[in-house]
Ligand binder design. Structure first.
Ligand SMILES: NC(=O)C1=CN([C@@H]2O[C@H](COP(=O)(O)OP(=O)(O)OC[C@H]3O[C@@H](n4cnc5c(N)ncnc54)[C@H](O)[C@@H]3O)[C@@H](O)[C@H]2O)C=CC1
Ligand SMILES: O=C(O)[C@H]1O[C@H](OP(=O)(O)OP(=O)(O)OC[C@H]2O[C@@H](n3ccc(=O)[nH]c3=O)[C@H](O)[C@@H]2O)[C@H](O)[C@@H](O)[C@@H]1O
Length: 439
């Protein structure tokens, strides 16, 4: 069998993962033609917009698109043409939590993965390497292979790889330029290993060999769920400790620092918060819970479920602190919520903790309105809630804000962002997550 040289890549799904990932491949591999396709015309139009008003806010992304669009990077709604021409196809479609039917609320909805796979099967007239980029339950590659093999034309073959993505939003371009690791899973057959090598060669254009890990298909699929579950577990652990800090007078920043100094634990992902958000942590853990239950491992399922339950508790605990501190009622009160994205440096609001907080405040019949500037949001309010750690909130003129607020003027920092002592000196009553000081 002749070694496969990837010359044309198709990426199905022009979202948060498909867009930046394949734009970076195009940048780093000028000899490869990359076409990113999507059924969503508005999204594709935005990627193609003359003024580079790309559909995703991600630092550095526009620069990458500017360098390659029209050269070796193309965005299109013509899915079939891109499939036909490609020798390697990334499937980078959404895999949300199922809303109904078996496994509703836990299992991944694989409908989009299956449709994309069926489209490849229906259209391809030559052999393809099909790469599972979406985050999927363990053994999804097997279902994809079954669909593809059942439909392959004589003389064509499909090799399936798992290549999960580990980028984080807000730092996607930096993560893609210098990934901790690239993980490729394949069947351990001659053909599987050959396909794996072809994809590894693409990444080798800019990723050092020692960071390209090759493993079995199922290990690769499970490693993605495991990585997200363990990252989220650290946040839930530190958030659980933040509740103890508030009750005892300990300071969560100091605890994180002290614990993270242990080189076996490390300092990252130990920042207490109002709760983790984003489209993936909760979805992927619930997926792991469902997988564990399907495998008749109820104790394992309960263990991971607790990570999500702790996150729910953290969000509702924060809302309750606001209500308790504002004299046990926020009915009719005006509250400013600073930040709506699930973290700073992204425009993504999926599963943002701010949504849960606002829902809680509205159910208490408080007033929350949408405005475009932080200063405007804070004017004439009884309380300010910091829900996202945008740097811009550090530059707020707190003196002016204080002058324009009802008194006592409360600030609740759910992100360990502001200098609480400075605000207290101005006159604010400040409550910071994970700190036991009285307001
Ligand atoms: N958002 C993130 O930071 C990360 C996401 N992931 C995973 O990557 C996958 C994709 O996530 P996102 O990019 O955030 O989703 P997204 O929702 O932003 O993008 C998915 C795109 O796929 C398109 N699509 C769906 N079915 C299609 C089909 N049959 N043909 C053509 N286009 C189709 C949709 O129109 C949509 O634009 C998910 O499995 C997610 O868990 C993995 C790592 C990071
Ligand atoms: O599969 C995915 O979708 C991605 O999920 C996360 O990336 P992302 O959700 O984009 O962003 P993170 O930086 O992980 O933050 C997730 C949430 O945790 C919160 N967080 C993070 C770190 C921390 O110490 N404390 C904390 O509360 C953030 O504010 C945010 O709400 C992972 O970090 C990525 O590796 C993974 O590829």
């Amino acid at each position: 069998m002749a070694p496969v040289q990837v010359k044309k890549i198709c990426c199905i799904g022009a979202g948060y993962v498909g867009g930046p990932t394949c734009a970076v491949i195009a940048l780093k591999c000028p000899h490869i033609q990359v076409t990113i396709v999507d059924l969503n015309k508005a999204r594709v139009d935005a990627w193609n917009s003359p003024d580079f008003a790309v559909p995703i806010y991600e630092p550095g992304l526009v620069d990458v698109v500017k360098q390659c669009r029209g050269r070796n990077l193309f965005f299109s709604t013509d899915v079939d043409k891109a499939i036909l021409e490609a020798d390697l196809i990334f499937v980078s479609v959404n895999t949300p939590t199922k809303k109904s039917g078996v496994g509703a609320g836990f299992a991944a909805d694989l409908n989009y993965v299956e449709s994309a796979t069926r489209r490849i099967a229906a259209v391809a007239t030559s052999s393809k390497i099909v790469v599972e980029k979406s985050t999927v339950p363990c053994r999804t590659a097997e279902s994809m292979r079954t669909i593809l093999e059942a439909n392959s034309r004589p003389g064509t073959r499909f090799d399936i790889l798992s290549n999960p993505e580990f980028l984080a939003e807000g730092t996607a371009i930096a993560d893609l330029f210098k990934p901790d690791r690239v993980l490729i899973g394949s069947l351990q057959t001659t053909e599987g290993k050959e396909a794996c090598r072809a994809l590894a060669d693409v990444y080798a254009n800019w990723v050092p060999q020692e960071r390209i890990l090759t493993v079995g298909l199922w290990s690769s699929e499970l490693s993605k769920l495991a990585a997200n579950a363990m990252l989220a577990q650290r946040i839930s652990s530190i958030n659980a400790l933040s509740a103890i800090c508030e009750a005892t007078g300990a300071n969560i920043d100091e605890v994180s620092h002290a614990v993270g100094f242990d080189s076996r634990i490390g300092p990252k992902f130990l920042r207490a918060s109002v709760g983790f958000g984003g489209s993936c942590f909760q979805k992927d853990i619930l997926n792991l819970v469902y997988l564990s239950e399907s495998l008749h491992l109820p104790q394992v399922a309960a263990y991971w479920r607790q990570v999500v339950e702790m996150n729910e508790y953290q969000k509702s605990r924060f809302s309750k602190t606001v209500v308790d501190t504002l004299f046990n009622t926020i009915t009719g009160k005006h509250i400013a919520v600073l930040g709506f994205a699930f973290k700073a440096d992204t425009g993504d609001t999926r599963e943002s903790a701010a949504i849960s907080l606002i829902r809680d405040f509205l159910s208490e019949r408080a007033f929350v309105t949408i405005v475009h500037s932080a200063l405007e949001a804070c004017t004439q309010k009884e309380a300010i809630i910091i829900a996202t750690e945008w740097k811009e909130f550090l530059e707020i003129d707190w003196q002016t804000v204080y002058a324009n607020m009802s008194k006592p003027a409360f600030v609740f920092d759910g992100r360990l962002l502001i200098d609480a002592d400075k605000l207290r000196k101005i006159g604010f009553k400040v409550k910071v997550i994970g700190r036991g000081e009285r307001v």
